[in-house]
Unconditional design. Structure first.
Length: 135
């Protein structure tokens, strides 16, 4: 189950013919995100397993997940934005029910990311799942 915001990205991707356009689209999604406050870039929010610097700051409000994030790599910042569209606003139970690998696969990302970026994406998804499981 994906959010409406993620479904909009899937629809946009259907109109983009080549991977370079899709890559730019992901980067643009990251550029459109508000930056994470420096005070939130601490070891507790840092995601290990990413080639670049990545911080995720999740919050749970009334059983609903929201998170912001930041990376020093433009494509990773874009991936954070895509993950936000996938997860933000879902209940914790819904978050745990999302097959993120399959959803990201709908965008073709599994086939076009380097092994390091794929590992980083997996680490970000695991962090989000851990937050939802801890409730």
């Amino acid at each position: 189950m994906a959010s409406q915001a993620f479904e909009a990205i899937v629809e946009d991707f259907e109109f983009l013919d080549d991977w370079e356009d899709r890559y730019r689209y992901v980067i643009d999604q990251g550029k459109a995100m508000a930056p994470l406050e420096d005070a939130l870039k601490v070891p507790a929010t840092k995601v290990d397993g990413c080639a670049s610097q990545v911080w995720l700051h999740p919050t749970v409000d009334g059983g609903t997940l929201h998170f912001n994030g930041e990376s020093d790599a433009m494509i990773v910042r874009g991936l954070i934005a895509v993950l936000r569209s996938l997860y933000n606003g879902l209940t914790l139970k819904e978050v745990l029910g999302v097959d993120a690998r399959a959803e990201m696969g709908r965008l073709g990302l599994n086939d076009h990311l380097s092994a390091q970026r794929s590992n980083g994406l997996r680490a970000m998804i695991e962090r989000i799942q851990e937050v939802a499981a801890a409730g």
